[in-house]
Design a binder for this molecule. Structure first.
Ligand SMILES: Cc1cc2nc3c(=O)[nH]c(=O)nc-3n(C[C@H](O)[C@H](O)[C@H](O)COP(=O)(O)OP(=O)(O)OC[C@H]3O[C@@H](n4cnc5c(N)ncnc54)[C@H](O)[C@@H]3O)c2cc1C
Length: 815
């Protein structure tokens, strides 16, 4: 072993598949001064006992792409390093045993098609031909992904480690990371059992130990360990080495071939957490005791599918702990707590499938200083305050584990750890029939049941039970007035002598507006991609109040904080918990306010795009004349202790006008009709304002510098490769959920980002980017095409629109 260094550019901690893959890719990118530090031996954590299935399909296009990168790498790695990987592209079979699962599988096939992944639908007989040991008496259908496969986890890791070394990286085994030296928000050195190594960047790839390692420097890593079991059988007649991997979600189990026998594992509905009170020392190359009693529920289900298991000898029941996360996705990216501390961990039993691609994007992220494409579903910044208590994280994670193979219903909500973050109005709204959803721990009213209606979601791929209630709330907002509790909005104050200058650098729209103004703006990356959208209220010469999306709380704060130019006097404070937000929306909104305040709320005194302090029922209310539903209205930001009083006053004043409570699902249908973009589904880092139809807000003419400006200058006159387009479907019974494939003149040109039903126009609505990698997506191009949407493998005609479906002239909002 080479001498232990005193300095390395990058220190990767952990010699499992993720550490090895990250070092491999860093070295390949030319960052040769990279070392991997492993406490024991390579693979000795979780990697050595993985089953080795490599599946690719996820519900997000970019994560599917990332898994595809793993497959691409595993295909050639052996050739490159000379070390076998056990990679076998034997395909993956997925079964459906009831009509609802079959709908899910057909929708997944559409998703796969959208993302360019091959997925074929098969009859039960065709599935049997591929997997002859199955009993297919309960099978409705199946899907086959020919490019899925399996690999040997230890061999792949050894091969990656060899590839890393071949490119200059060094690996130190039997070396324990014991601590860190931190100066000015950066780790400057890693302390180990063999000495201290100074470094520029640290990457925590410590698997299930990543949380306790992060805690040593105040980095919160929301993952916990859960027991995961699979059985290995003796040889079974008919099991050939070309047998595809098999997933049987209705029976909670998966299979792969191994030396002529089967590996069978699964996801129990009652998972068992491990090491809740700390890890045993030296847990390397170790397994937990086989828990036959707990596994029996899976064995019984499996026997119904593979009768040959009844007589097959069992070689071993592997019980290994693995790290799982509260949303079932892994964790990558730069920790918000420090400036040079990256994470690659929390793989939820698909670390072998993800390892190759995850190491690649993480290395590119480190080298390039930003993710190569939108990785928000796996970014550490998706977590928030609710993810700091490990007990809460554990209960949510166990729920996510138990749901691994259950049907992923549209709009499905988690149940565990609720209610957690509550608006002061929670009990009032609950008493009035609110059905809540949850985002970043916040309880948010999704819709309101009326007396006699079931106060609960009933999930389906068809029209859900809340459809009528949402229609009611939608109509009230369009015709009279509604109140939406949007207290969960993230809210920040940016204050200081240079606040305007600092925000101006970060904001794509002009923020140099007089106090009293509101500015809708975007934060862009250096490629012109949209990192966030927000509303800024200029409070005074040196103070802004920023309103951001609930789910973006950590991410937006982090972006703002990191991009305030050094030396400027601009301090950012999270004031989310100081204000409740009630949105009063609808043509009668002004009438309600006029009954409650002596302040002038006329159009002249209080026009759209401004904010004023209003005095309502004794409360000082920051009222923002803005809307996300396309009606006259105000967002009322109320110090929390006044919120209940203001709410009661609004409801009383609006009673005669028919004021209603309304929820987030109504907001969604209203904004779809109005064409307002939703961050995450319509806009994000992979899309520029020009592509998203938001070019109108850019301050290009002002000459003011801002992040992304140079990229936009180049893009402004270049052909548009993709453009966000609105589609409607004439048949009102079609249910659009997102990810439907988009066809133009019979050719695949994209997929649907957000979708729903417009209750005013009476039609399903979808938004998706029309893509032409080599062409120019002009308005004429868009409008001259014949469109179809692939909805669960059925093509339905759709009409393209380039202006809002509702109130395109903004007459309603200008009041
Ligand atoms: C039973 C079972 C079946 C599975 N089946 C599959 C499958 O079929 N397909 C699939 O894709 N995935 C599967 N997985 C998941 C897969 O094994 C993991 O996701 C993957 O191995 C995680 O790799 P890692 O590198 O993140 O973590 P690990 O392999 O655990 O590596 C982390 C390393 O960090 C080291 N370390 C920790 N702390 C320190 C420290 N302080 N100093 C130095 N080193 C430290 C540890 O010793 C360890 O070697 C399965 C998991 C289990 C348990």
């Amino acid at each position: 072993m080479s001498e232990f260094p005193t300095h390395a550019r990058v220190v990767v901690i952990g010699g499992g598949i993720m550490g090895a893959s990250t070092a491999y890719h860093l070295a390949k990118l030319g960052w040769k001064d990279t070392i991997v530090i492993e406490r024991h031996k390579l693979t000795s954590g979780t990697t050595f006992h993985a089953a080795g299935l490599v599946g690719q399909l996820r519900s997000n296009a970019n994560i599917t792409q990332l898994l595809g990168e793993s497959v691409k790498l595993y295909k050639t790695l052996e050739q490159e390093t000379g070390l076998a990987t056990g990679w076998k592209m034997n395909g993956g079979l997925r079964l459906a045993c009831n009509e609802e699962r079959w709908t899910e599988v057909r929708r997944q096939a559409t998703t796969a098609r959208s993302f360019g992944l091959e997925m074929h639908l098969l009859s039960p007989k065709e599935a049997l031909d591929l997997w002859p040991l199955m009993d297919i008496s309960d099978l409705v259908g199946a899907a086959f992904l020919p490019t899925d496969g399996q690999a040997n986890p230890s061999d792949i890791t050894a091969s990656l480690a060899k590839g890393a070394r071949m490119n200059g990286a060094r690996i130190f085994e039997d070396t324990d990371v014991t601590g860190f030296r931190v100066e000015n928000g950066r780790v400057t050195a890693v302390q180990t059992s063999r000495g201290t190594v100074q470094c520029e960047i640290v990457v925590n790839c410590a698997g299930q130990w990543a949380r306790e390692l992060g805690a040593k420097v105040g980095v919160n890593v929301p993952l916990v360990s859960v027991e995961h079991q699979y059985m290995i059988t003796e040889q079974i007649a008919g099991v050939t080495s070309s047998l595809p991997t098999l997933r049987d979600p209705d029976r909670l189990t998966y299979y792969k071939e191994e030396v002529g026998g089967l590996v069978m594992g699964g996801y129990e509905p009652n998972p068992i957490a491990w090491a809740a009170d700390g890890f045993p020392d030296r847990f390397n190359f170790q397994l937990l005791g086989s828990n036959f009693d707990h596994f029996e529920q899976l064995t019984e289900l499996a026997l119904g599918r593979v009768p040959a298991l009844a007589t097959a000898g069992v070689k071993e029941l592997i019980n290994g702990p693995e790290s799982f996360t509260p949303d079932g996705n892994f964790i990558l990216g730069l920790a918000p707590e420090l400036d040079n501390y990256y994470l690659g961990c929390g793989f939820n039993a698909f670390g072998i499938a993800a390892g190759g691609g995850a190491g690649k994007v993480l290395a590119e992220w480190i080298v390039g200083g930003e993710p190569p494409y939108d990785l928000s579903p796996v970014d550490i910044l998706r977590f928030g305050r609710n993810h700091q208590d490990v007990n809460w994280v554990r209960s949510r994670t166990l729920e996510a584990y138990a749901k691994h193979y259950t049907i992923a219903w549209p709009s499905e909500e988690y149940k565990s750890g609720r209610p957690l973050r509550r608006s002061p109005l929670y009990d009032r709204l609950k008493a009035q029939g609110a059905v809540f959803g949850e985002k970043l721990g916040w309880e948010r009213p999704n819709w309101f049941a009326e007396p006699g209606e079931d106060v609960a979601d009933h999930y389906t791929f068809g029209r859900p039970n809340w459809f009528g209630a949402v229609a009611r709330e939608h109509k009230a907002t369009r015709e009279t007035v509604s109140v939406f509790d949007q207290t969960s909005f993230a809210k920040f104050m940016l204050a200081g002598r240079d606040a305007a200058e600092a925000l101006s650098v970060i904001s794509a729209a002009n923020v140099h507006k007089p106090p009293g103004s509101l500015i809708y703006s975007l934060m862009l990356n250096t490629h012109g991609g949209i990192e966030s959208d927000f509303t800024a209220a200029r409070i005074s010469q040196d103070e802004y109040y920023l309103v951001c999306g609930t789910g973006a709380a950590t991410c937006d704060f982090d972006w703002l904080k990191r991009h305030i130019p050094r030396g400027m006097d601009a301090r950012l404070v999270d004031v989310t918990s100081m204000y409740s937000t009630l949105s009063l929306m609808g043509p009668q909104a002004r009438l309600v306010l006029e009954k409650l305040t002596r302040d002038d709320v006329s159009n002249v005194a209080f026009p759209f795009g401004t904010w004023r302090t209003l005095h309502i029922a004794g409360a000082p209310v920051r009222a923002l004349r803005v809307t996300y539903v396309g009606e006259l209205g105000w967002e009322l930001h109320i110090p929390v202790e006044f919120a209940a009083t203001v709410y009661d006053a609004l409801m009383q004043a609006g009673q005669a006008l028919g004021i209603r409570n309304a929820g987030y699902r109504a907001i969604e249908t209203l904004r779809l009709e109005k064409g307002y973009r939703a961050f995450g589904s319509d806009i994000g880092p992979d899309h520029t304002p020009y592509e998203a139809g938001l070019g109108w807000l850019l301050k290009m003419k002002s000459g003011l510098p801002f992040i992304g400006r140079e990229a936009l200058e180049k893009l402004r006159d270049a052909p548009l490769r993709k453009k966000l387009v609105c589609f409607t479907v004439d048949d009102p019974s079609v249910v659009l959920l997102g990810r439907e494939t988009l066809y133009r003149n019979g050719e695949r040109v994209g997929w649907v980002g957000s979708a729903g039903f417009g209750h005013t126009i009476g039609k399903p609505i979808a938004y998706g980017y029309v893509r032409q990698p080599e062409g120019d997506v002009t308005d004429t191009f868009v409008l001259s095409g014949q469109y179809e949407l692939d909805v669960a493998t059925v093509r339905v005609p759709a009409t393209a629109h380039l202006s809002p479906l509702y109130d395109p002239k903004r007459i309603r909002i200008l009041g």
